[in-house]
Write a protein that binds this ligand. Sequence first.
Ligand SMILES: [Fe+2]
Length: 216
Amino acid sequence: MNGCKNHFPFRLQPLPYPLDGLEPYLDRLTVTIHHDRHQRGYQEALNRLLAKSPEKQCLSLEQLICQADQTPEGQELAFQAGGLWCHEFYFDCMTRTGASLTQPSGCLAQRIERDFGGFQRFQKDFTDAAIKLKGSGWVWLVSGPTGALSILQTPLQQTPLVHGLYPILVVDVWEHAYYLKYQNRRDLYLQNWWLLADWEFALQNYQLCVNGTAPR
Ligand SMILES: [Fe+2]
């Protein structure tokens, strides 16, 4: 099992762009600390836990998240696994400044129109959910099994997978994601985050979902 993709020992997934590739909206220092320290922290903590639980070393990251039991040890494992999974997905949801569409396209655009009444309405609802999220967590665009879209807030390192939902796009609203640059102005972080959102990645996720293959 050692060295298998998506199995113990888990590796730190490289960023899909340079550390300064999200400038000026997310600065190099913020991205460096977020990826190289926070994401790495989850990856290393997860590997340390799994090193003591050989029976779980053959499980994928998704299995570790969804099959976690309610014991303190199980919840710690789910937290670290979720932290790694959420951060991999978050960094994949952004692209170099100016490198992606500025809004959704194809079947995803059509479904956003149907389920939210248009892209601008969706953006407002998603942004409001991110601003209003209490404490640390994530805001997701998710799809149900039939392709219906909704906005989901999750606390700490909880993923939509545990709700049976498929992630399409996510924003990290833990303070470590933006505080160095934006301090308490989460609203400005979100305003600029929209300029980094990778709608081509989101469309791929949605197409996999509606085609019956869960993303990731
Ligand atoms: Fe984070």
